[in-house]
Design a protein around this ligand. Structure first.
Ligand code: AMP
Ligand code: MN
Ligand code: MN
Ligand code: MN
Length: 275
């Protein structure tokens, strides 16, 4: 019996658990194959690997890489990465630089609505990990400017809101190129998570397949059966493999805990078979 989860976060980006605590939790919940996929970094992988060896889990080195497509941001999960690959490392370094610059702008914008020392505090919160909008959301909550993370995004951090800054991530085909250079598989994350119409979602999946993508995330921590069936059809149509990943960030989000997933329909090739 294998239980797999191919999309999770740690303190190397906006997850609450350290890489080893994440692995421990996954092991306790019966996960046998786990991918660590932090935003634009593989920094947590070595620690996760050590913990995985202790717990007898198969750890897959991954990253969730932000990509620009049609002026939108997509998330591409790279799985089975050679984290020493120079092209991947250069690419991620560029994204990390962009995250730093963006954090400064976001902090300045949020200062206008009353958030003090945003950049310094976001750095402290992120520690050695990547700063994400989720960190700013937590600061807004801590200062009582919003009720929760959800409201922070809705009021301040989403496109069109006062704390939003348009970010120019690498183009979709470039990101897929880095993943392939590192011998990895490229998976389009949470296809229903971008707020796209049916038409635009179809265009996105087609563009991803056209750009050389390998797999589509079918089951996520929040996908409905209907969405999973639709994604499975889309994957078959474009000859993409299927992937499953909770997108686990924190034990507080009990509804999408690590490893709590349906498995991909047997009519699809699992992306793990490609690795
Ligand atoms: P970033 O990559 O810095 O733009 O941050 C994106 C991250 O913010 C996502 O991976 C989520 O973890 C989080 N996020 C995005 N939208 C929301 C939302 N509406 N509510 C809560 N968290 C969100
Ligand atoms: Mn996140
Ligand atoms: Mn994502
Ligand atoms: Mn994610």
């Amino acid at each position: 019996m294998t239980m797999i989860d191919l999309h999770t976060h740690s303190t190397a980006s906006d997850g609450r658990l350290s890489p080893d605590a994440l692995v421990e939790r996954a092991a306790a919940r019966g996960v046998t194959r786990l991918a660590l996929t932090d935003h634009d970094t593989t920094a947590g992988v070595p620690a996760a690997r050590r913990a995985a060896a202790e717990h007898g889990i198969d750890l897959i080195a991954g990253a969730e890489i932000s990509a620009t497509w049609a002026r939108r941001t997509l998330h591409i999960v790279g799985l089975g990465l050679d984290i020493a690959c120079p092209r991947l490392r250069d690419g991620l370094a560029r994204q990390q630089q962009e995250r730093e610059t963006r954090a400064g702008t976001i902090a300045n914008k949020l200062a206008r609505i009353g958030l003090r020392d945003g950049l310094v505090r976001a750095r402290v919160l992120a520690g050695p990990g990547q700063i994400t909008r989720a960190h700013f959301a937590d600061l807004l909550v801590a200062d009582g400017l919003v009720r929760d993370r959800q409201q922070a995004f809705k009021r301040y951090l989403k496109p069109g809101r006062p704390g939003y800054r348009r970010t120019v991530w690498a183009e979709l085909d470039e990101v897929i190129g880095w993943i392939h250079a590192a011998d990895g598989q490229a998976v389009l994350a949470h296809p229903f998570g971008y707020g796209l119409s049916r038409t635009w979602r179809r265009r996105m999946v087609a563009a991803f397949a056209e750009a050389g993508g390998d797999g589509l995330e079918i089951c996520t921590g929040v996908s409905s059966m209907e969405q999973e069936n639709q994604s499975a059809r889309d994957a078959r149509h474009h000859a993409l493999a299927g992937s499953v990943g909770s997108d686990f960030h924190s034990p507080e989000q009990f509804w999408l805990d690590v490893g709590r997933l349906r498995s991909v329909t047997n009519q699809l090739t699992s992306v793990t078979e490609l690795m």
